[in-house]
Design a protein around this ligand. Sequence first.
Ligand SMILES: Cc1ncc(COP(=O)(O)O)c(C=O)c1O
Length: 391
Amino acid sequence: MIPSVLPTYTRAPLHFVKGEGAWLTEADGRRFLDLGAGIAVNALGHAHPALVKALTDQAQNLWHVSNLYHIPQQQALADKLVEHTFADTVFFTNSGTEACELAVKMARKYFYDKGQPERVEIITFDGSFHGRSSAGIAAAGSEKMVKGFGPLLPGFVHLTFGDLDGVTNAITDKTAAILIEPVQGEGGIRPVPDADLKALRQICDDHGLLLILDEVQCGVGRTGRLFAHEWAGITPDIMMVAKGIGGGFPLGAVLATEEAASGMTVGTHGSTYGGNPLGCAVGCAVMDHVADPDFLAEVNRKAALLRQRLEGLIATHPNVFEEVRGSGLMLGLKCKASNLDVVKAGFDNLVITVPAADNVVRLLPPLTLTEEDIAEAFTRLDAAATQVDAA
Ligand SMILES: Cc1ncc(COP(=O)(O)O)c(C=O)c1O
């Protein structure tokens, strides 16, 4: 008989009932160190007092109106995002997937309004992940995601990750945009080198294309800058954001320049819940922390400490791990053993990690991880690796 929850996930036998900082409590009382943060979502950890306050204060006053009216919390969050990024304008969504939908629509509408309706194609890369909607799976294009779900949304050109020559060769008079994650998350923590991001920006400029960055997983302080592309010294035309921006409340956004957003006029897009007062009140509190240079400096300091410990772990367990890669607190342990076995051994040793493609174990801890948490992470990951080594 089909379970009452549609069985699209393989779930670990864990039932968390409480969270605090980087710690999760299981229904049976065991305490786990959370190095997954709900897959890069709980940027400020669990139950951060500022987020609890923002949410509960807002909940006492007003939960929902609609986008038929002005929403002060939405305006405030948009203003903060515009102040701290390349963007001139923001549309709020409920998820990264919904942000992907709008990014694709926005790019196509831009060229349509410019009198180039044939420009609909979007270049994407293997290993990418942009969500599970029809546009999202068509953008990623992997067999695993699209099989059985055709006919697919047309207009995506899939290239090999890292093949810049391939990009130039693939551009035609139908090309509208390049869509890329500055650091692939689901694909196995694969960072795009700064030089490649710069080159992609240049290619877009040379050919009049839009550069769309998917920072759903790598954004909001995760790599030690507010947004990952800042390391490369470039700016996109359109950017997808979600996960960390809501700190655990479902919230996403599309950020864009005035020019790229020029086609999105009244009536061209909408969302019932996107930009809801509760989500935006929390988003403002998240931004007040992560956009602070001192907070980001701490993320970088902790990231260096964690990375150093992980290098040590690899040296101690050369049969389990191959390398550590990634940026800031978005780290991947490329495994020699099965990554799923490592994640499972982590559960046995009360530490949560997240598997990714390319046999990688992802570490995406709360950005508020403490030095004690890092020491504990090392101890628990070491125990997990010892268990895998012995198996
Ligand atoms: C890079 C990236 N884009 C898009 C998405 C989809 O976001 P959501 O699950 O919030 O719809 C994800 C989710 O993992 C992601 O990592």
